[in-house]
Design a binder for this molecule. Structure first.
Ligand code: NCD
Length: 314
């Protein structure tokens, strides 16, 4: 895809060469992300950070990544503090915000909002999570984590567990991994929290090996990557309870030691509840805090590509 001035709304936008380009630039962002090398390529640019849903990590990661490249950030958080709470339409909000900034990163509880904003805005819009829809930059940083931790993405068995129904990170990641070869997907969740059929059908028609199970422990021995997610309590509809995500589907140190491959990689988009026990944190297999660091590099790479400032790195 052409990245300059592009909106980033869905992982469907990326093909494999795009991923390789983003990851190669992300590799080069490491020292800048850590503040060891100063960079001012985005000097004079303003990011509008519109987060109308709870967030610590993504919001701060989007902002810090922009600031590490010399840009500035103007933000609004939560419905309560935004004029949309006074009945302002998305259309009006975007028209106003684009007059104050050069790029928008937005999170909204309603699926499809990022696309609507992108249709209105004359500046690039990055989807930072739209309800149960997508979270494309999280999927990029997840795939980048697999590459960094495993030395490559192809040929791995990836077990996604937890709330696969309402979790947008697993929706985006499972689609993005279909850009790679010989991925085996295991979706281990209580039946009421399984991956939406549409995603399963897409993967199967792409020729991927897909297993849906409620036997989490049974899936562990063959997993190269375990990607755990919390119950999305704020999105539950009907009678779904999902308490077994914190019990039967909980990953513990004992399960890793007794059931998993020695080099299994444990990932989680965070925040976590009980689904990954804290006794896992000290194991070298626990990649979730490194995963958050990789996210800075990914978002920096995307900003540079969107502003056409990436040429000097290739
Ligand atoms: C996730 C999200 O917002 O979808 N968090 C994140 O971006 N790191 C996962 C979650 O909220 O459970």
């Amino acid at each position: 895809m052409e990245f300059e001035n592009a909106d980033i709304i869905s992982v469907n936008q990326f093909d494999r060469p795009d991923l390789e380009r983003i990851f190669s630039l992300s590799d080069q962002m490491k020292e800048i992300a850590r503040g060891k090398i100063r960079n001012t390529l985005l000097d004079g640019k303003i990011l509008a950070s519109l987060f109308l849903e709870a967030s610590t990590r993504s919001r701060m990661s989007f902002a810090s990544a922009f600031m590490r490249l010399g840009g500035q950030v103007n933000s609004t958080t939560g419905m309560t503090f935004s004029s949309m709470n006074k009945g302002e339409t998305l259309e009006d909000t975007i028209r106003v915000v684009e007059a104050y900034s050069d790029i928008i990163a937005m999170r909204n509880p309603v699926t499809g909002t990022a696309q609507r904003a992108a249709d209105i805005a004359s500046i690039p819009v990055i989807n930072a999570g739209d309800g149960v829809g997508e979270h494309p930059t999280q999927a990029l940083l997840d795939a980048y984590t697999i590459q960094a931790e495993k030395g490559g993405v192809d040929g791995h068995t990836v077990t996604m567990t937890g709330d696969l129904k309402y979790g947008r990170t697993v929706h985006s990641l499972s689609k993005l991994l279909s850009r790679y070869d010989r991925i085996k997907y295991i979706f281990a969740a209580p039946p009421a929290f399984q991956m939406p059929d549409k995603i399963i059908e897409g993967l199967k028609s792409g020729g991927f090996d897909v297993v849906q199970t409620d036997d989490f422990d049974g899936a562990l021995p063959e997993s190269d990557i375990i990607y755990s997610t919390r119950l999305q309590k704020e999105r539950l509809e009907g009678g779904d309870v999902g308490e077994e995500i914190d019990t039967t589907f909980q990953l513990t140190r004992k399960k890793i030691e007794d059931l998993c491959k020695k080099d299994v990689t444990v990932m989680h988009p965070l925040p976590r509840n009980e689904e990954v026990a804290v006794d896992v944190d000290d194991l070298p297999n626990a990649a979730y805090f490194r995963q958050a660091e990789y996210g800075m590099q990914i978002r920096m790479a995307l900003y540079l590509m969107i502003f056409g400032k990436d040429k000097q790195f290739f």
